[in-house]
Design a protein around this ligand. Structure first.
Ligand SMILES: [Cu+2]
Length: 280
């Protein structure tokens, strides 16, 4: 009894720390950065890898083409080469410059296919959250936890600054999910096209009125991760942020109980979370 009360207190303290943004990893854009945000999911690992492979190939092609052009400017300008060659074709060269790009493209298709299907195939999820885009905020629904829902609206610049949170990213109430679990996100919209995107997760999917899209992620580390609506959706599109608070499972369970006290009675939840709630 006593032990679990202490655990409950500790849980409450860490929950408070997490909810005030004091703990864990943070996924947000940084000034003057030219790279991706640090990956928080296996999906984003794959996206980052694919980008690196493509970037190396693109860089090599740019260097080769620029080098050849420079060589031609110097070697074959009028002064250096007053009498031009009348060569009209070269079979070997033509075969090479046709075959090489085809092989590069085939290689890129080969390395891109796995990430593409990995991102697109929803595994058996541990839980589901429904995200509904509105002009200009999000609703989050938790169908696996009794179906409670809440609105997640952007803070004004002044409100964010007062709380020492990033402007245009922080919200009134974030989406909350457990770490290390497969989260399915069902995405739709109530009015116009929006898109649910969290860069650190490698997740970006359209929110279409009247349709359900689904995506998923599994975040390794607890923390706060920011994204934005990524489909131009009207006047205030620039300020339609997504904030995802990732908590350890026990803290997530405690949060669920806070949001929906009825849930524990009807559905059952981990003993630890029940103790946290009831203080036993
Ligand atoms: Cu939008």
């Amino acid at each position: 009894m006593r032990k679990s009360r202490i655990t409950g207190l500790l849980g409450g303290a860490t929950l408070l720390a997490a909810l005030t943004g004091a703990a864990g990893a943070v996924g947000l854009p940084t000034d003057k950065s030219i790279t991706f945000q640090e990956s928080a999911t296996p999906q984003m690992d794959m996206v980052t890898n694919l980008h690196t492979i493509a970037f190396v190939i693109i860089t090599a092609i740019v260097i080769l083409v620029m080098g050849l052009m420079l060589f031609i400017f110097i070697r074959f300008n009028e002064k250096a080469n007053p009498v031009p060659s009348k060569t009209s074709h070269n079979t070997l060269l033509e075969v090479v410059w046709t075959a090489a790009p085809v092989m590069i493209v085939l290689f890129l298709i080969a390395v891109a296919t796995r990430p593409l299907y990995y991102l697109d195939t929803i595994p058996e999820p541990d839980m589901t959250v429904k995200a509904v885009g509105n002009q200009w905020n999000w609703d989050y629904v938790y169908p696996d936890h009794g179906g409670f829902e809440f609105n997640s609206a952007p803070l004004t610049k002044e409100e964010a600054a007062a709380k020492n949170l990033p402007g245009l990213l922080a919200v009134t109430e974030p989406m909350v999910v457990p770490a290390g679990k497969k989260i399915r996100v069902i995405v739709t919209a109530s009015d116009v096209l929006h898109a649910f995107a969290v860069p650190a997760f490698g997740v970006k999917i359209d929110a279409v009125p009247g349709r359900l899209n689904e995506t998923w992620f599994e975040v390794r580390e607890p923390g706060t991760y920011y994204g934005q609506c990524s489909e131009v959706c009207g006047q205030l599109h620039y300020n339609m942020p997504i904030e995802v608070r990732v908590l350890p499972q026990a803290e997530f369970d405690a949060w669920v109980l806070e949001k929906n006290p009825e849930y524990v009675k009807n559905e059952g939840i981990t003993t630890e979370a029940r103790n946290t709630q009831t203080g036993e």
